[in-house]
Design a protein around this ligand. Sequence first.
Ligand SMILES: Nc1ncnc2c1ncn2[C@@H]1O[C@H](COP(=O)(O)OP(=O)(O)OP(=O)(O)O)[C@@H](O)[C@H]1O
Ligand SMILES: [Mg+2]
Length: 401
Amino acid sequence: MEGPGAATGRRLLVLGAGPAQLGLLAAARERGLFVIALDRDPAAPGFRYADRRAIISTEDEQGIERLAAAERVEGLIAPGIDWPVGIAARVADKMGLAHPLSPAAAALAVSKQRQRELLAQAGVPQPRWQLARMAEEGLPVPAVVKAPDRQGQKGLTLVRSEEELPGAIAAAIEESRSGVALVEEVVDGPEVTVNAFSLRGEYHPLTVTDRLTAEPPAFGVALAHVWPSEAGGKAAEVAESAVKALGIEDGPTYTQLRVGPEGPQVIEVAARLGGGHDAELVKLALGVDLNGLALQAALGESIWSAALHPSPQVGGAVVRFLVPPEGTLKEVEGVEEARAVDGVQDVRVYRVPGHVFGPFRRGADRAGAVLAAGDSREEALERAEEAARLIRFEVGAESLV
Ligand SMILES: Nc1ncnc2c1ncn2[C@@H]1O[C@H](COP(=O)(O)OP(=O)(O)OP(=O)(O)O)[C@@H](O)[C@H]1O
Ligand SMILES: [Mg+2]
């Protein structure tokens, strides 16, 4: 049977060409789409899959609008970053292009604050929260303090004591587009991710994965996604209620939850593919071509629900991220050896020599990822670990002064 995939030759604008877009860009190239990719970083690794590249920020809405018109694109997609999800929906709407998300739904999806409000109205389980415009008295501690409209742990702090609060609030406000900080109860428990696809209002959950995260100072940074989940429980049901509460009726979603003593609580929903090679993990685990489906949705092509039927392919599957040492990258060694490890499906290295790795704090500080499968989640994890051990980032210190 032919997998899903958008028709050859159609012109697609992809917002972002960084690590989070690699899978979708590769899939678009494989299908023979005409891909125009944009990123402000000329060294973005995804540019290698593009037919045309534009050095434009993924947040430059006017620039993106001009480019989309000049290139006569037939669809836009922001597969891996939040803010541009809103831009893609607005530009598609202005151009009269079919798009899975309405501008209104996209605007909700890119605000953690609007999400909190809507989830509260709909009674979806989530941490208690409040807004802060300054380091006020009486805010609860411990808390997770974050910017309501950023991602990738920008402005995000786990606050463990009163003394840490003012600095955390100032950091969140500094990163925030709206000048407020979101202060949330800490949900204590394992974390899971639900990757799903909505079709004409129906929610189709695909993978539920355990998200293994780093401790402070890199609090919240994903180190691995592991399938099948051990902690998941009712996560898919809760994710469905969240996605529906936000009015998302079509296209991919990525929902983060933490499973506390009262069950899964929604951390947030993203109205896009996951940024950690989640679509490739879905394909490896369940045989569902999530990148192909996202491409079709972005181009307004009709999708059959049969394409969403999961059929387990392996016993376990893992995305394991690579954490580099600090310094200026000179060389990456061991990639071929890592690829040769049993069950390793792919190895992705995000950076080229000359890149400066700072201290490990955020998702953007990760250096690559290994995608591996096995007969069980344990075997997939062991194989991913073995591959990761073989990959060495040789760094020098000269540019770190
Ligand atoms: N209220 C909370 N309770 C417990 N952990 C939390 C809470 N909020 C955030 N976290 C942790 O921080 C991580 C990132 O949170 P969030 O998604 O809100 O920020 P982000 O900047 O969008 O990060 P990312 O880009 O990784 O999704 C979560 O995956 C989780 O590990
Ligand atoms: Mg998030």
